[in-house]
Design a protein around this ligand. Structure first.
Ligand SMILES: Nc1ncnc2c1ncn2[C@@H]1O[C@H](COP(=O)(O)OP(=O)(O)OP(=O)(O)O)[C@@H](O)[C@H]1O
Ligand SMILES: [Mg+2]
Length: 497
């Protein structure tokens, strides 16, 4: 007997200015199952979820919940139908506290009709304790890292006790341990009969939890199949519409050049201590470690976002003082931040402007900016990274998550820096575009640039780096040469201390 799906979409169509984000989409979620959505950046995954959650209205088509046709005018409607969503773009008000954020819009009231803050406080404390999250209910969100906030969003969505839970890249910023916790939660929810819609660009993750997989391409449904009938290669082929020969570009073993960056005993309070590292021209060096090991903090200090307390930084052999971002950019050192929302983009500007932001100097002629050259250069870069946008004059904030990340990368790649600090550069980027980014990084290195790259995907570091430093608890615990690269060796060093 066929069970009635918890949720069903029939013939959904959605147009945005200049793009058809979805056409004739049909899709359903069965009780007690996980339905994974796959597709390249801009394929329409988030749009589909936002339609289910009442954020966007479809131009055509029908939504059914438990077999009944419904209209979702807004997220409150969706909540009334027991639908909750974890968003890909973490939208939060930095001034809110953890407890205010958790209970936003559903604060318990006392018998006088006032918000019962005492109850909010203990409910929050209980929830945090239950999930083993170490922050306090009255901590402001701006004090938390991206991964903390993502965890908070996860427990918040789960606490709604929804029947249909949408998770749009919930694990883009959290650690393996936290992913395991999330997957246990998903199993519990499934056992209770809930349906989960899950989006991720991490293929291994998808195959751990999917019951069904749907692949989208350019707003159209390519196929829906039970996960056990599929494998990673097939899904990738369906996503990109062609066979991908390799995931990483060929590595040439060139002898590294002179030292570009030398960091000696860099220390910052309790965040990291005595960090020593060298980057040579032409080298891609990885910085591995578990979440919270201090990798981001080191890179932020090098870029001048946070002050360091002691130690020295030398660029091309010369000692430099980095007090702010201007200092490091002035010395040819740039950083791609893991926190795109806070440091990466100017949302009210178009792609063109966001791309040119850091490299205007290079297209400056005697009479001002050479606009044609600027456009051609930007267009070439965006073609190369396969940025999906109606035009480069489109506001960056209306691009899909992965495409925004591509623009951020393009911005820094265009200013041809001497030293590139990359913090999770391929977060949220689809498999096809990842390859292009690895190729660009490799080419930059071949041109003599030095690259320091943080990634939580060990495979990625192993695939593109020449050397890897590993950090644990704020210290560098070891260094691996290419011939010693393996996940086990990295993990061994990451777990020291
Ligand atoms: N608010 C919006 N205004 C205009 N265009 C939009 C808007 N939201 C999405 N789009 C466009 O719709 C298309 C689908 O975007 P969507 O965000 O659904 O992609 P996605 O599959 O989630 O990609 P990603 O993996 O990068 O997150 C893209 O071309 C995007 O530029
Ligand atoms: Mg998306």
């Amino acid at each position: 007997m066929d069970t009635v799906p918890l949720l069903e979409l029939r013939g959904i169509e959605k147009l945005f200015p200049g793009v058809k984000a979805l056409s004739n989409m049909s899709f359903s979620v069965k009780p007690g199952s996980v339905h994974v959505l796959c597709g390249e950046n801009g394929a329409g995954k988030s749009t589909l979820c936002k339609i289910i959650n009442g954020i966007h209205q479809p131009d055509r088509g029908e939504i059914l919940v438990n077999g009944q046709s419904v209209v979702m005018r807004d997220p409150l409607d969706a909540r009334a139908h027991r639908i909750a969503m974890i968003f890909q773009e973490l939208n939060f008000i930095p001034e809110l506290t953890v407890e205010q954020n958790l209970f936003l819009g559903r604060e318990p009231v006392n018998r006088f009709g006032k918000v019962d803050w005492k109850s909010v406080r203990w409910q929050t404390a209980a929830l945090l304790a239950q999930e083993g999250l170490p922050y306090k209910p009255d901590t402001q969100l701006k004090e938390l890292s991206v991964s903390d906030i993502q965890m908070l969003e996860i427990i918040k969505a789960i606490s709604y006790e929804a029947n249909i839970l949408i998770m749009d890249e919930p694990t883009s910023a959290i650690s393996t341990k936290e992913v395991d916790m999330l997957f246990r939660k998903i199993a519990e929810l499934k056992a209770k009969g809930a349906g989960i819609i899950y989006i991720s660009h991490k293929m291994d993750e998808i195959f751990r939890i999917a019951d069904e997989i749907s692949v989208l391409r350019d707003g159209c449904l390519i196929d829906t199949r039970p996960a056990k009938e599929l494998d990673i290669d097939t899904v990738i082929r369906l996503m990109v519409g062609r066979q991908m020969e390799s995931v990483f570009p060929e590595k040439q073993d060139l002898p590294p050049g002179p030292v570009a960056l030398e960091v000696d005993k860099l220390t910052q309070g309790r965040a990291f201590r005595d960090v020593c590292l060298t980057l040579r021209q032409g080298e891609i060096v990885g910085l591995a470690g578990l979440m919270g090991a201090g990798r981001t903090e080191v890179v932020r200090a090098l870029f001048g976002l946070d002050p360091y307390t002691s130690g020295t930084i030398r660029l091309k052999g010369e000692e430099v003082a980095i007090r702010d971002v201007q200092d490091s950019i002035g010395h040819g050192m740039v950083m791609v931040s893991e926190d795109r929302k806070r440091f990466g983009i100017i949302p009210v500007r178009d792609c063109q402007e966001n791309m040119s932001l850091s490299s205007l100097k290079t297209v400056m002629g005697p009479w001002g900016i050479k606009h044609r050259e600027e456009r051609e250069r930007n267009a070439a870069m965006s073609r190369r990274l396969n940025v999906k946008t109606p035009s480069l004059e489109t506001l960056i904030s209306s691009l899909s998550g992965g495409n925004q990340q591509k623009i951020v990368l393009a911005k820094w790649l265009l200013c041809s820096p001497e030293v590139l600090l990359l913090d999770e550069p391929t977060r949220g980027i689809d498999v096809g575009a990842k390859f292009e980014i690895y190729k660009l990084i490799t080419e930059l290195a071949q041109e003599g640039k030095a690259v320091l790259m943080i990634s939580s995907e060990m495979e990625e570091l192993i695939g593109v780096c020449d050397r890897i430093y590993v950090m644990a608890k704020g210290r560098i615990t070891g260094e691996l040469a290419r011939r010693n690269f393996s996940q086990e060796n990295i993990m061994k060093l990451a777990l020291i201390g």
